[in-house]
Design a protein around this ligand. Sequence first.
Ligand code: E4P
Length: 221
Amino acid sequence: MKLFLDSAKVDEIQHALEHWALDGVTTNPRHVAATGKPAVEVYAEIAQLVQGTDLPVSVEVDPELECWHEIVQQAEELARMSPNFVIKVGASEQGFRAIRELNHRGVRTNATLIFTLAQAWHAARAGATYISPFVGWREEFGDAGLELLRQVRTMLDNYGYSSQIIAAAMRNPRQIAEAALAGCHCVTAGKAVYEQSFNNPFTDLGVQRFAQAYRKTLAPA
Ligand code: E4P
């Protein structure tokens, strides 16, 4: 399962590139806003970071665009900024129409804000490169977000759709593990969630115990 970082912060992406063998980046307008910089500046910085690699970077069109023609136009403008850019388009009738057109034009897309199997199916039929079910948001409301991942994988396999699932809005290491068991192609999470996923209190306890024992095995100076 590929590891994508959900962030628009250059220092976080740089860290993940250097230490985590990062497979890709996903941004959204909230992440871009959190940098405090204009989107074009942020996108240019990220494009430079990944230049010369084949790492996909998802960047989102204006979520308020309602007409598929406008979505396609803005998506093409964003795609021209970097060959790494994959265009995030929100689930809607017009959004799926735009994804279909962008697919015809050779622009890679990430169908975002996916909350149901039917939405994922529309995205797959339209030729979305990636489909992003928002697991964390659903689970926060008490819904079975992880079950949706399994269902989307089954649907893709049943019909041979080529879209890849990005398990999105992960909130803890358990959700990452469940995404892997569900057969997701990629997972995206924020830096803090991945940091949590490296560790476990039993590991810390084990390090203490073994360090104590290790010291006893050293030859006297
Ligand atoms: C994924 O592509 C989204 O950017 C992300 O997971 C959205 O949710 P969040 O910002 O609440 O984590």
